[in-house]
Design a protein. Sequence first.
Length: 136
Amino acid sequence: MPAPFPSSSARPTLIRFPEEEAHRDQGRVVQVLCDRLGGLSRREAAKHVDDLFALMKEVLGGGEKLKVSGFGKFDLRDKHARPGRNPQTGENIEISGRRVVTFKASLMLRGRLNSGDVAEDVGADEDWAGGVVRRG
């Protein structure tokens, strides 16, 4: 079985999707992963993607922050109950309190997005090699 990630000498570029696609679904991410890693079956790639999302859900569900180096930070925020109004009827209602997930992009990602060059080679960033998922 091939190594799950390419060696540091063969770092991939960022995933570039065709512009005509309105959204990126999980199946497309799995396909790109298969294409990039070569030798990885679609089933294995889907398992890796599912495991990643399961880990993210587990960490966030446990009330912890999730930081992905070079990408950004996912955080939980508690919103208190507040008054609101039904826009169709004008009736006053109470919007219940809830917990929401927020995302803040890293400086590296924001820089790439603002420069317009998001397809730049990931290998150019020294941070990529140490890019790990961290809790807390």
